[in-house]
Ligand binder design. Structure first.
Ligand code: MHF
Ligand SMILES: O=c1ccn([C@H]2C[C@H](O)[C@@H](COP(=O)(O)O)O2)c(=O)[nH]1
Length: 264
């Protein structure tokens, strides 16, 4: 995860001071890319302890097409609470767009099923994309998609994934986002009988909040450990039938967690 630390250092040292919607203030750069070879280990940050539990439940929740925090809360995950209304609703965010993107004739498109199908039938396609940026529904979302669009690419029996993240909170959000998309790539690969290739992370406004500077400095003093490995214990009949217990991360050695306030 040297690449992550390099990015943190770059933004810390040469980010531009920029105000933002939350009123917190950031150091920011525009356009950055990292590449993780998933065959060489699972990209879970080791310079601070991450709770994979929240990451796994959040991804399963997206894949269910759910946009209400009840499921997350039932599993002890609170990361979306600040954005939910009094009924727990977040509006038509990721889950809705991934599983039931509305069409003009009143029906909907399941982008995830289509994507599994397309990878299996036409792995050379250059159109294997899932898009959460539904312009017509942005106003109804409690937070517009940050990880907005992802694309798959198949070569030599390996499945690679690239994410475009328009806005990236590099201390709190990005470590979650990298692990989440790495996990998703493993799931798609297993379902399509492919090995995993690279996960490419591409960021737009790539920022460090001004109230995360001490935490970033603390992290930059630490040396990374070797990446852990991901074990998927079972191949469910479809991408929608994975359960929390199917995943295990082995040999995760990390420095202690670092607390930081989330900008709302
Ligand atoms: N400013 C901001 N940054 C984000 O990363 C972010 C948002 N807002 N809004 C929507 C979601 C919610 N996300 C979150 C929210 C909280 C944590 C967080 O507090 N992480 C703690 C541990 C929390 C836990 O596992 O329960 C951490 O130390 O990583 C991370 C991502 C990612 N997204
Ligand atoms: O998965 C996520 C979700 C959100 N973020 C961060 C990026 C920004 O700091 C905020 C969103 O604010 P906007 O004003 O809508 O850009 O949340 C993230 O890094 N990862």
């Amino acid at each position: 995860m040297k690449q992550y630390l390099d990015m943190l250092r770059l933004v810390r040292d040469s980010g531009v001071r920029k105000d933002d919607r939350t009123g917190t203030g950031t150091l920011s750069i525009f356009g950055h890319q990292m590449r993780f070879d998933l065959s060489q280990g699972f990209p879970l940050l080791t310079t601070k302890k991450l709770h994979l539990r929240s990451i796994i439940y959040e991804l399963l929740w997206f894949l269910k097409g759910d946009t209400n925090v009840k499921y997350l809360r039932d599993h002890g995950v609170t990361i979306w609470d600040e954005w939910a209304n009094d009924k727990g609703e977040l509006g038509p965010i990721y889950g809705k767009q991934w599983r039931s993107w509305p069409t003009p004739d009143g029906s909907s498109i399941d982008q995830i099923s289509r994507t599994v199908d397309l990878i299996r039938r036409n792995p050379d396609s250059r159109r294997i994309i899932v898009n959460a940026w539904n312009v017509a529904e942005l106003d109804q979302m409690s937070l517009t998609p940050c990880h907005a669009l992802f694309q798959f690419w198949v070569a030599n029996g390996r499945l690679s994934c690239q994410l475009y993240q328009r806005s990236a909170d590099i201390f709190l959000g990005v470590p979650f986002n990298i692990a989440s998309y790495a996990l998703l790539t493993h799931m798609f690969a297993e379902q399509c009988d492919l090995q995993v290739g690279d996960f490419v992370w591409t960021g737009g406004d790539t920022h460090l909040y001004l109230n995360h500077l001490d935490q970033a400095d603390e992290q930059l003093k630490r040396s990374p450990h070797a990446s852990p490995k991901l074990l998927i214990k079972r191949k469910p009949p479809s991408i929608f039938e994975y359960e929390y217990e199917d995943f295990e991360v082995v040999n995760y050695q990390s420095h202690p967690a670092i607390k930081a306030p989330i900008a709302v």
